[in-house]
Design a protein around this ligand. Structure first.
Ligand code: HEC
Ligand code: HEC
Length: 152
């Protein structure tokens, strides 16, 4: 079990990440992304997913969580470039958001990442979840989500 120690150490340092920086996440600033990716849900901030996730999402839009979200190639490529350039690990940056995400794992949902689960599990009442409809509906519980504010 040579991985036990590093994972335990990570869990220990990852806990305070959101006490300090997680309440704010730069909202989408790119016009085309804002327009095209907010039709069915909020335009999720690029900094919530790693580069490989955005690439995967942007190259599988014909089957996007059961919907067809296809775009013309020029818009698709422009949006992918914006999301990748602003991703959690852009420019080799490390991010507490990638806590416990294996390098060969490509999360497609923010709401299924380990940090997300540890922030939300046990914090959300079933009444609130029912009202929101899904954990992907950030703005239902975080009224400042469009401005990048995710505090209570
Ligand atoms: C035609 C509707 C539609 C459009 C347009 C659309 N999406 Fe989605 N998207 C969905 C649906 C449906 C889900 C699943 C929502 C749920 O689980 O409640 C989803 C989920 C997601 C998720 C995962 C949310 C989570 O953490 O659970 C991401 C990331 C995402 N979309 C990115 C994008 C991006 C980037 C674009 C713009 C290129 C986009 N979407 C445009 C319908 C759409
Ligand atoms: C059903 C309600 C609900 C939904 C939907 C929801 N959250 Fe949360 N979120 C909470 C609660 C409750 C907390 C814990 C209390 C707190 O710290 O704000 C929380 C905490 C957080 C935190 C930590 C904030 C801090 O103060 O440290 C972040 C970041 C966050 N959520 C982002 C998101 C994102 C991104 C989405 C959508 C993909 C989302 N949430 C969807 C209810 C929700």
């Amino acid at each position: 079990m040579k991985h036990t120690l590093p994972i335990a150490a990570l869990a220990f340092v990852a806990a305070p990440v959101f006490a300090s920086e997680g309440e704010y996440m730069q909202p989408v600033t790119h016009a085309a992304t804002k327009a095209e990716c907010s039709e069915c849900h909020m335009a999720y901030p690029a900094g919530f997913l790693p580069q490989r996730s955005w690439t995967m999402i942007m190259t599988t839009l014909e089957d996007h969580f059961g919907e067809n979200a296809m775009l013309d190639e020029a818009s698709r490529a422009e949006i992918e470039a914006y999301l990748v350039q602003n991703a959690a690990d852009a420019g080799g940056r490390s991010s507490g958001l990638l806590y416990r995400v294996a390098p060969d794992d490509t999360p497609l949902r923010i709401s299924e990442m380990p940090w997300f689960r540890s922030e939300h599990d046990g914090e959300v009442s079933s009444r609130k979840l029912k009202k929101a409809g899904s954990m992907a509906n950030c703005a239902a519980c975080h009224r400042g989500a469009d401005r990048g504010i995710f505090e209570d």
